[in-house]
Design a binder for this molecule. Structure first.
Ligand SMILES: NC(=O)c1ccc[n+]([C@@H]2O[C@H](COP(=O)([O-])OP(=O)(O)OC[C@H]3O[C@@H](n4cnc5c(N)ncnc54)[C@H](OP(=O)(O)O)[C@@H]3O)[C@@H](O)[C@H]2O)c1
Length: 317
C-alpha cells in the first residue's frame, strides 16, 4: 500500500509516518514549511495547503492508496489569533484533500477532536450532538461535516482526545510543555477541574494504520486512552514519572480563570464503542502512556541536573 500523510512534521503526523513504515507500507510524507527526517533515507516534502495546484499534481503523480490528514492549526490560541488562515487549513484544506482522495479512489482518514463538544455531558458517543465552545472547535466540526459530505465509502473521521507522546520538535505534548517551561525556570498552572481522557500518540497511530486495512469501517468514530484524569493530576503523574518534585506545577481552576481563558470545555471523555471492539489495537492506560514519554534530547543535560531523582527515567536515544 502507498500512503500519503499530511502534517508529517506534527506530533501525530510524525508518529503516523513511523507507524506506516513499521507496517511496511510505502510512505509519501508532507509537511508545511519545515521538513522533517522520518527515517535515515526519507524526509517530508514541504507542501503548504495554500499550494492547491501542487497538492493536486503531487497526489495525481503519486496516486496513493490512502491519504491521512493530520495537518491542522491545532492550537485553539493560534486559531483565535488568525481565524481566517486557520479556516483555510482546518476546513478548506481538509475538504480539498478528501475530494482529491475520493477522485483517485484512495482511502481517506481525517483526524478531528473532542473539542467539538462543550464538555457538559461526558462521556460522548460519536452520535451525540456537538456544541463547540471555541473557534477551533467550530472549524474542526465544519471540517468533519464537509469531509463526510464527500463520500460514504472509504472514509473515516476519527475524533481524538488530548495527545500524550513525543513530538519531533520536543515542544508540543503535555510532558514536553511542562519540561520546557521548567527548563526556563517557570512553573505551569494546570487545572484540576479540566478533565480529559488522554491518548497515546503512538497507540492512536497504530489505530489509524489499522483502519487503512479495514475498508468496511467507515464514518465517524472516537478514540482515546482508557482512563480519565484532570490536567493537574496528569501533570503530577508526569512529574513523578520523571522523578521531579510535585511542587513544580501550580494547581488552578478553570472556573476561576474563565475571563482569561475563553471557553474551555470542563470535562471531555469518549465512549470508544463501536470502534474499540472492532480493532486489534486497544486503548492504553495513563501508566502505559507515561512509559512511552522521553525527555527531549536538547533538555537531557538540564534534566540530569534538575530532576530530584533522574534514575526514574531511563533514556532511549
Ligand atoms: N495535540 C492534541 O492534543 C490533539 C488533540 C485532539 C485532536 N488533535 C488533532 O490531531 C491532529 C494532529 O494534531 P497535532 O497535535 O499533531 O498537530 P501539530 O503538532 O500542531 O502539527 C500540525 C501539522 O500541520 C501542518 N500544517 C500546519 N499548517 C499547514 C499548512 N498551511 N499546510 C500544510 N500543513 C500545515 C504542520 O506543518 P509544519 O510543522 O511544517 O508547520 C504540522 O505538520 C489535528 O487535526 C488536531 O486537530 C490534536
Amino acid at each position: 500500500m502507498k500512503v500519503a500523510v499530511f502534517g508529517a512534521s506534527g506530533m501525530l503526523g510524525f508518529a503516523v509516518c513511523e507507524s506506516v513504515i513499521r507496517r511496511g507500507f510505502t510512505l509519501c510524507a508532507y509537511s508545511n514549511k519545515s521538513t522533517v527526517s522520518i527515517s535515515s533515507n526519507l524526509k517530508s516534502k514541504s507542501l503548504p495547503f495554500s499550494n492547491d495546484d501542487q497538492i493536486t499534481r503531487d497526489l495525481f503523480d503519486q496516486w496513493p492508496d490512502a491519504v491521512i490528514n493530520c495537518a491542522a492549526i491545532s492550537s485553539p490560541d493560534e486559531v483565535n489569533k488568525s481565524p481566517t488562515v486557520a479556516q483555510d487549513i482546518n476546513v478548506e484544506g481538509a475538504y480539498r484533500l478528501a475530494s482529491i482522495a475520493a477522485h483517485i479512489g484512495a482511502r481517506f482518514i481525517h483526524v478531528s477532536t473532542d473539542m467539538v463538544f462543550d464538555g457538559s455531558k461526558s462521556p460522548y458517543r460519536s452520535t451525540d450532538m456537538p456544541n463547540p465552545l471555541s473557534v477551533y472547535g467550530v472549524q474542526k466540526l465544519d471540517a468533519e461535516k464537509k469531509v463526510l459530505s464527500v463520500t460514504d465509502e472509504n472514509l473515516v473521521v476519527l475524533r481524538v482526545t488530548l495527545l500524550n507522546g513525543n513530538s519531533p520538535m520536543g515542544k508540543r505534548s503535555p510532558h514536553e510543555k511542562i519540561l520546557q517551561s521548567l527548563a526556563i525556570g517557570s512553573k505551569l498552572t494546570l487545572f484540576d477541574d479540566e478533565i480529559r481522557q488522554p491518548c497515546s500518540v503512538e497507540n492512536l497511530s497504530d489505530v489509524i494504520v489499522e483502519l487503512l486495512e479495514r475498508p468496511n469501517l467507515n464514518g465517524l468514530f472516537h478514540w482515546a486512552g482508557s482512563e480519565e484524569i484532570s490536567r493537574f493530576d496528569l501533570g503530577l503523574r508526569i512529574l513523578k514519572r520523571f522523578g521531579i518534585n510535585s511542587d513544580q506545577i501550580i494547581q488552578g481552576k478553570v472556573k476561576d480563570e474563565q475571563l482569561n481563558l475563553g471557553h474551555r470545555p470542563s470535562h471531555l471523555s469518549f465512549v470508544l464503542e463501536p470502534l474499540v471492539s472492532k480493532v486489534r489495537t486497544q486503548p492504553l492506560s495513563i501508566d502505559e502512556q507515561l512509559q512511552e514519554l522521553r525527555v527531549p534530547n536538547e533538555l537531557y543535560s538540564w534534566y540530569r541536573e534538575f530532576a530530584d531523582d533522574p534514575s526514574c527515567y531511563v533514556p532511549r536515544f
